[in-house]
Design a protein around this ligand. Structure first.
Ligand SMILES: [Mg+2]
Length: 251
């Protein structure tokens, strides 16, 4: 005898490599050139100067990545990236406030269409059809930068569908697979874990994170990043979600 059929009310989506991907990303040297120019501009705005803006951009960025890696290896609490880059920049002789360092760091982030991000061809159609069927839709995403810029990137990629909830790690304070970021979305949707399906391409972050809370998880087949994790569903194209019995018209 199978268990009770799942009564799914909402679908939660990872974004990177699930809804959009880097299709036409500039080469690394172009990223570095742009980032150096942005760092120099940010310093000018603060009335500061550094002889090597490439080093400035790289220093802030490397410090951010190290802090992110450390968080992922320990408690999944989002670091204070402004503080992290502020401290790193002191090492190369730049004394910025925390907010200035945060602003400089974010300015070096080449994102959205400029960063080559493009939605998967069937993303918008799949989201639109799920909404037509009556499902609430939410994002649950690990990102070091949130706010207006991230929303603008989503809009530019055609993925601004008026999300019912948006859980962005840097805004929530925790990275997937920490339960807090999933709970944040569920609370805003007003549903229990059993009423949600998480969709993502990471076994470690999306699938394991959702399942540990009691949510079902659909995995977009990718290079596996964890062992011993069994998704409830596996798909290759987003539109295949529309064929899942649990995502038929909402009851
Ligand atoms: Mg992803």
């Amino acid at each position: 005898m199978s268990r009770e059929p799942l009564l799914i009310r909402a679908v939660l989506f990872d974004i990177g490599d699930t809804l959009w991907h880097s299709r036409a990303a500039p080469p690394p040297e172009e990223f570095r050139r742009l980032a150096a120019g942005r760092a120099a501009a940010a310093l000018r705005e603060f009335g500061l100067h550094h002889a090597d803006p490439s080093l400035v951009a790289r220093t802030a960025w490397v410090a951010m990545e190290e802090a992110m890696r450390a968080a992922r290896a320990t408690d999944f609490a989002e670091p204070d990236y402004g503080l992290v880059s502020q401290l790193a920049l002191v090492q190369i002789g730049l004394h910025l406030s925390r907010d200035q360092a945060a602003s400089l760091l974010e300015s070096t982030y080449i994102s959205g269409i400029e960063g080559g991000k493009a939605p998967f061809a069937d993303a918008l159609g799949t989201l639109t059809e799920l909404r037509r069927r009556g499902f609430q839709l939410a994002t649950v995403t690990n990102r070091a930068f949130g706010g207006d810029r991230f929303r603008a990137d989503l809009r530019d990629a055609g993925l601004d569908i008026g999300w019912d909830a948006e859980a962005v790690s840097v805004e929530v304070g925790y990275l997937k697979p920490h339960p807090a970021i999933f709970r944040f979305a569920l609370d805003r949707l007003g549903i229990s874990p059993a009423q949600a399906l998480m969709v993502g391409n990471s076994l470690a972050e999306d699938v394991a994170g959702a399942q540990q809370l009691g949510m079902a998880a659909a995995w977009r087949r990718s290079a596996p990043d964890a062992e011993g994790v069994s998704p409830d569903f596996v798909f290759d194209q987003l539109a295949e979600l529309l064929d899942l019995p649990i995502l038929a018209e909402k009851r």
